[in-house]
Write a protein of this length. Structure first.
Length: 131
């Protein structure tokens, strides 16, 4: 019996943006640019918040995804505080948790439903680069 794959186009589009924001976030953390951590973390959170509405076909898994999206929001707030305090080790520990939480969210979707790569680059506000 061929089962049709539910339509995850919306979720895939949102996830592409989440990954783009995550790439920016990872870069900020690598550069130890603690003061910019909150913007990058909140960008991930804002995109992730769109995921549950875009993921209706998940059915029972949706509850778990919603819980993990909440976790992303909580991590973003903790990252904001740690970044503002210039607490590098804490930022790096929270960044690791953010990666694990996002991986956990992706794991609720069928194989191939979500992109593995970012859809284009996340645009941070101009003037945010201190080179």
């Amino acid at each position: 019996v061929a089962t049709t794959m539910p339509d995850y186009k919306e979720a895939a589009a949102v996830w592409g943006n989440v990954l783009a924001c995550k790439a920016t976030f990872d870069h900020v953390v690598q550069e130890k640019n603690w003061k910019s951590v909150h913007e990058a973390a909140f960008a991930i959170r804002d995109e992730a918040l769109l995921l549950p509405d875009a993921s209706k076909p998940l059915g029972d898994h949706l509850v778990k995804v919603k819980g993990q999206v909440k976790q992303v929001g909580s991590l973003a707030e903790q990252l904001d505080e740690a970044g503002d305090a210039g607490d590098g080790p804490k930022v790096e520990a929270l960044a690791k948790q953010m990666t694990e939480t996002l991986d956990g969210i992706a794991a609720h979707f069928p194989e191939g439903a979500l992109p593995k790569e970012a859809s284009g680059k996340a645009n941070l506000p101009a003037g945010d680069h201190d080179h």
